[in-house]
Design a protein around this ligand. Structure first.
Ligand SMILES: [Zn+2]
Length: 620
């Protein structure tokens, strides 16, 4: 995904009134067999849990999903029970091979929810769970019509990564456990449902939609969206879904998606998921994008009107190799997912836009990494690539390190072995691990066997232990060519020395040059400097969410009030945490607490529960 920062302590779960039955004659515990993934209580790795049949209906009045989840299982190890993850689910009944059985919902475990234990025997091949979600389910956001783009119909979408799938489906919810699924979803007649599966392209009158996902995926890639949604094809295998009034804009912005898929394929092998579509969500979506297979979920803040922010789609697309195809075994190995994806994303950008363009992305990423390491502290273990998330909600430890330090590590290897060799290695890595999971240690072993091959000089140059098991940014971190940014720096210095901004040579600049220009300004600027910049470049009116956000942070610091009305407008519409968190933080840090509090009070309900969770700790 891009980017989901939960740099906040985990919160305690809210449990629904879950039914409980524990009238077993024999205890169901068999503690010898548990997954190595500490964030799932499922014993799926000792069973073969192969397929899910889901039959659910979506209730907008109650904010619940209810139905039946049927898991097809095999039991080669003669286990006496199957154990699934749940969080806040009400379990009405369970059948095992068609017959009602007594089940047990175990005690809640902090961050993990309640394990659902179902007795099975050797001949068992399915368990069927009738259940209902809680209105507070962490994966689900229910939007009122007012919170959507078109403001006509309600909307629902899921965000299952990292361990939230269990709040809407009883499932073995670990990234190391894969299964196929089929679903029948009933929604209000005027709405359409989409999933991370084969999708409809038109609404039907019945409100009943059928889905199949024939390739095995982990639970965190289960996804559902329901709303007034329309489809427009880009080419024969890519297309865009959005609310009707957003559709044409979105399709125009993403017109190069087909080329992007081809470009990715020429780097690391064929795209194996059939169609590649993107769903543009309503503005409250708290993250940039989520790589749900076949159907990326994306924030509308990438619809800038000039195709300048579509790099995010390159990121989500790249996940169809790193993450979706080859998956991190546990959340401690998250860098295998995001680090590879950022590296791959930048290679797609380079192929499509040239080296100097990709160099700017690398440099902005490096700046983000420096900021993140500074924020966490350069000896903090959360700055290691291999994480230890024991006892925590995984999202507490998932930060920019996995993305930027992970990508930089791969870039370092590429520079040392040469691009040709590294590309061949990566392609072989994706092919040989397709639809499998891998952990950090297995990857390092594979790297040794296939690429380093005992070359001790190369090993010395790479300093692998420092990158993977050490803190901060290792001394051999590569930096990208900064030629285009050095031109920007020169123009910025002219401005700082009093040159009229209208006289600066900015005509050829892309979003990335503008971001570098603004990021490196002295802070705060004077009101007069802000006003001069605004007159020359109209930042306050920018439709580019990245630039507007940075500008509004500078406006808060400088107390440049002419930008405040548009800033409020921005805060009222945008729910992407990456943007709103810095704005509220800057208000709180610069003596504008009353402004922060009044704006937050007004717009809090527009934000996703995960964004609220972050902001509640900042604005108080
Ligand atoms: Zn990602």
């Amino acid at each position: 995904m891009k980017l989901l920062f939960f740099c906040v302590p985990a919160f305690f779960l809210i449990y629904g009134c879950t039914s409980f039955s524990s009238k077993h004659s024999t205890p169901l515990s068999d503690s010898s067999i548990f997954s190595r993934d500490i964030h799932t209580q499922s014993n799926a790795d000792s069973l073969q849990i192969e397929h899910l049949d889901l039959d659910i209906s979506v209730n907008f009045a109650e904010h619940t999903i209810a139905g039946v989840a049927i898991w097809k299982i095999k039991n080669p190890n003669h286990l006496k029970f199957v154990r699934l993850d749940t969080d806040g689910l009400t379990i009405d009944s369970v059948r095992s091979n068609g017959k009602p059985v007594l089940f047990s919902l175990e005690k809640p475990v902090a961050h993990l929810g309640r394990a659902l234990t179902i007795p099975i025997h050797d001949g068992n091949n399915e368990v069927a769970i009738t259940y209902k979600t809680s209105p507070n389910a962490r994966a689900l956001q229910w939007l009122t019509p007012q919170q959507t783009h078109d403001k006509k119909f309600p909307f629902l979408y899921t965000q299952s990564e990292s361990i939230y799938a269990r709040s809407w489906v009883p499932a073995p919810d670990g990234p190391g456990i894969r299964f196929t699924y089929a679903a029948r979803v009933k929604v209000p007649n005027e709405l359409m449902a989409l999933m991370s599966a084969e999708n409809p392209q038109q609404k039907n009158d019945s409100g009943i939609y059928h889905f199949t996902m024939n390739m095995p995926i982990p639970a965190y890639l289960m996804a559902l969206a329901v709303g007034d949604i329309a489809f427009k094809a880009i080419d024969n295998r890519t297309g865009v879904y959005a609310e009707p009034q957003m559709l044409d804009k979105a399709a125009w912005e993403l017109v190069d998606m087909g080329k992007m898929v081809s470009s990715a394929e020429s780097l690391y092998g064929s795209y194996r998921w059939g169609r590649y579509d993107v769903l543009i969500l309503p503005p409250g979506f708290p993250i940039g994008g989520m790589e749900n297979p076949k159907l990326t979920f994306a924030t509308p803040t990438i619809i800038a009107g000039d195709r300048s922010l579509v790099n995010l789609i390159a990121h989500e697309l790249a996940h169809n190799w790193s993450g979706n195809l080859v998956t991190n075994e546990t959340w401690n190995d998250f860098w295998l997912n995001e680090g590879f994806t950022v590296y791959f994303e930048r290679r797609i950008s380079e192929a499509m836009n040239g080296k100097s363009y990709a160099d700017m992305l690398w440099e902005l990423g490096y700046q983000d990494l420096v900021t993140e390491v500074k924020a966490l502290g350069d000896t903090n273990k959360d700055t290691h690539l291999k994480l230890n998330l024991a006892g925590r909600d995984p999202d507490d430890g998932l930060n920019d390190i996995a993305y930027e330090k992970g990508a930089l590590f791969l870039r370092l290897i590429e520079i040392n072995v040469g691009r040709k060799r590294f590309d061949a290695f990566l392609r072989q890595y994706f092919d040989s691990h397709a639809f499998k999971t891998i952990n950090t240690e297995a990857f390092l072993q594979y790297l040794n066997e296939k690429l380093i091959q005992g070359d001790s000089e190369l090993s010395k140059k790479l300093q692998i232990p420092a990158w993977v098991y050490g803190p901060g940014i290792p001394s051999n971190a590569p930096r990208a060519d900064r030629e285009r940014f050095s031109i920007v720096d020169a123009e910025r210095l002219k401005f700082e020395k009093g040159t009229d901004p209208a006289a600066l040579a900015t005509a050829q600049w892309t979003t990335h040059e503008w971001l570098h220009f603004l990021r490196n300004m002295p802070k705060p600027l004077t009101v007069a400097q802000m006003s001069n910049l605004d007159q020359a470049f109209h930042f306050t009116q920018s439709h580019n969410s990245e630039i507007a956000d940075l500008w509004f942070v500078m406006a808060i610091a400088a107390n440049y009030t002419p930008a405040f009305k548009e800033m409020e407008q921005f805060l009222s519409q945008v729910g992407r945490r990456k943007f709103i968190e810095p704005l509220y933080t800057e208000m709180m840090n610069t003596g504008k607490e009353p402004l922060a509090k009044s704006l937050y009070q007004k717009y809090r309900s527009n934000y996703h529960p995960l964004a609220q969770m972050t902001l509640d700790k900042i604005v108080h």
